[in-house]
Design a protein. Sequence first.
Length: 270
Amino acid sequence: MPLVKRAVEPVFVSRATLSSKIKNELEGVVVNTLAGLIKQLSSVSRHAENLFGDLVNEANGIYLRTVSLSGRVAGLQDKIQTLDSVGKEDMRIEDSNVRVFKSTNKEEQQILDRGTLPTALQEVYRSCNAPPALSHLSQYRDDGKDGLKFYTNPDYFFELWAKEQTKQIEKKQKKKAKGARKKKESKKKKVKAVQKKQYAGVDKEFMEQAHLKQGPGDIIIGTPPTTRHSTEIHMREAPPAAPPPPQPLSHAQMAAPTVPPPPHARALLI
């Protein structure tokens, strides 16, 4: 719906009813037209004054902003000159621990407030009809609500926005709480089972365990204790190897006497 900000009145200059007393209708129409034109010129001059007043207010606001910015820039220049003049040897620990500057962008609020309207729109709002006096019926309501809000409520959209913002804040707080709980749970883990380290010891107290676990032909490798002698080394006989196939003897071997091998010449494993 288009909203007329500034309207020049009267819109129709020559549309006017003439009284029956006027004898010359042509002169009456001309006079009414001239009067309407004069009214239009006065309306245009009023709107022009309104426009120039708004321009003056905007220019004044811009001037105040430039003055504040120039003051901030001057302060920064002084700080830069003082920092550049100080050498590295004169730097203090407090100056080295200064945090880096970070600008904060503030969100503009209440942009569509009644006080931020230009004067032309304020006049349009004043010319509108007032809402019905339904607030007088609020005393007869049991829920305590204002009866006028059921007809018109300018704060409806603001209240709706505030509810959405509170919901988003609650969601963020819940996510932070869940993250903190997960971190605590990850730090404190319950020990379900402890895997015991088994040593393949072959000493006297571990002989039975070693004999149960090792198989035939296995080699026992262990870390001997510090107070262990060579006589305490236990060795296990290897299984007898298969006899080699018989070979034909030469004439020298047949002539030489056969000597049986000693009984201790067997393959041993440490």
